[in-house]
Write a protein that binds this ligand. Structure first.
Ligand SMILES: [Fe+2]
Length: 116
């Protein structure tokens, strides 16, 4: 299988998939304009080796770019961003994380967050 064709997503919940999926941890509901913490990490520890490691993670609100963290083979691919919720008038939004493994390509995870 060529993991470098397009974006990969978890399908069966295997250990391999969980090692590469950038799970998002954050509140299910936030207030308008509130700052809230978003933690991104894999569901199962990914190898951290010279020849195999996570290179970066990016966070988007729908298609709007929010933040990025770059990693080397000396760092655990786990990151926390503090994100500002959208203003009033929105009912919910989607957080989207992308993570790239140097051997297994880009993986995506999405989480829907409600606005009070
Ligand atoms: Fe990998």
């Amino acid at each position: 299988m060529n993991y470098f064709c397009g974006i990969n997503r978890m399908k069966e919940g295997t250990e391999f998939e969980r090692k590469h999926t950038p799970f998002i941890e954050c509140p299910d509901t936030v207030k308008p304009d509130e700052f809230f913490e978003v933690t991104i990490k894999t569901g199962y520890p990914h190898p951290i080796e010279d020849s195999h490691y996570i290179q970066w993670v990016e966070l988007y609100m729908s298609d709007i770019y929010l933040a990025r963290a770059d990693f080397t083979q000396f760092v655990k691919p786990e990151v926390k961003f503090v994100v500002k919720a959208p203003s009033k008038g929105h009912k919910s939004f989607t957080l989207r994380a992308l993570m790239r493994c140097n051997l297994h390509g880009i993986w995506e995870f999405k989480k829907e967050v409600k606005i009070e």
